[in-house]
Design a protein around this ligand. Structure first.
Ligand code: SF4
Length: 179
């Protein structure tokens, strides 16, 4: 199979990423504390099919990650600007489309982890006890599956810091599993 990784990295950047990097999934860190931080401290906990406790825990995610050889870590440096939410929605949609392209190219295990709560509906249908309305496009975030995003970025030479002021620049990460 022809290696298309370079093309995918270019497409991630074209979708709006600051940079993207081919990484080995063993550099992606999973940890038990991540879900606890979701459960106690995030107002979105339990309110979406893409958030804990509906997402895989860190053990399941580790098993999944260890069944891959290659992934692309996608990084956006996001200063506070007007329309940022809308821009991110577009970016995530493009990444989901890219996951579809990677799959069609023959990488049948392609899977995307996004960042933050699912933004596809105003209110998740979970709250109405109905099935997900966009099952083809909804993807969980890295952190909702027990991934330590900070250490994963740092392991791969990319920057991320906690934010101390509302106008601090965010560093946002998504992970495209390829193989
Ligand atoms: S697409 Fe809508 S229904 Fe599905 S997980 Fe996202 S918010 Fe919930």
């Amino acid at each position: 199979m022809k290696d298309l990784i370079e093309k995918y990295i270019r497409l991630v950047i074209k979708s709006g990423a600051t940079d993207a990097k081919l990484i080995h999934p063993s550099s992606v860190v999973t940890a038990p504390w991540v879900r606890i931080k979701c459960q106690f401290g995030c107002p979105a906990y339990g309110q979406s099919y893409c958030c804990p406790p509906d997402t895989p825990d860190h053990h399941q995610t580790r098993e999944m990650l260890d069944s891959y050889q290659r992934a692309i870590l996608c990084h956006v440096e996001a200063p506070k600007i007007q329309g940022k939410k809308r821009q991110f929605k577009k970016y995530y949609t493009k990444l989901v489309d890219l996951e579809g392209l990677v799959f069609k190219d023959g990488y049948y295990k392609a899977f995307l982890f996004l960042s933050g709560p699912c933004r596809l509906c105003g209110e998740c249908e979970k709250m109405n006890e109905k099935p997900c309305q966009h099952g083809y496009k909804a993807r969980p975030s890295m952190e909702s599956c027990g991934i330590d995003v900070f250490q994963t970025a740092r392991n791969n030479g990319l920057s991320i810091d906690t934010l101390s002021k509302p106008d601090d620049t965010q560093n946002v990460y998504c992970l495209l599993m390829v193989d």
